[in-house]
Design a protein around this ligand. Sequence first.
Ligand code: GLN
Length: 278
Amino acid sequence: MKIADLLQTATTRLANAGIDEPQANAQFLLAHVLGVARTWVLVNGAFEVSEKEEKLFLSLLTRKGNGAPLAHITGIQPFCGLDILVTPDVLIPRPETENLVEIISEKFEKKGHYTFVDMCTGSGCIAVALAVKFPNARVLAVDVSSAALQVAAQNIRKHKLTERVDLLQSNLWENVMGTFDLIISNPPYIPSANLDNLSREVKEEPRLALDGGADGYEVTRPLCRAADGYLNPGGWLALELDDGQPWPLARGLAEIDWKAEVKKDIFNVERFVLAQKR
Ligand code: GLN
């Protein structure tokens, strides 16, 4: 079948299955099967897809129609211009988190010999992106989940960062030693009661990576409470949080003498807290 016809059939099937952005998803999936970029698929509508490729595409389309996230099917999610390997053991990197990396990066010199720690690293996306952006930095990537750390390890190897990115299994600060110029984290922050309202696709992601406990701050709170002792003078704390969470946290930090800013994400949601100990 021709690419254009196949995409039309696929888009209709995904739309009928109630999948968001059916056309884009169909294009990404076909590009994945053909081993090409999505743009190639868009400009080569007359190209004939082999029977084998068509069969594979249709089977992946069925998985997508049944609610599997695209990144679970392709095994990859782009993040800060890098391909990050993803499995169901880790949160799929989000554009908001790319935003956090961009915003905090402006606070540091490109060539600086910094030490950064990424708490709740999951796939390792933040740690890897920072290590790529800051070629002289060392990054410690921490997670409580050994399954997540295995994925992070693959990403560190894939991006040839084993010399500068270390992995540590730890429940927050429990096993962490040393001090850092930046503590960055996209912790689980969704209040437990809201987890049932998440979309079908987000429910395919690990609950551990999403569940912020009763009020959504049950991971963030101990993370911040001990942060002071792990920061070098002038060091930064940078967090991604849920809509509505940054101001109460920023005010709490200000009360204990931190200088805290709240920043918006690309969707105009106040989502980030950047803070420095005075
Ligand atoms: N941003 C994610 C979501 O919308 C949540 C990530 C998190 O809890 N850190 O599902």
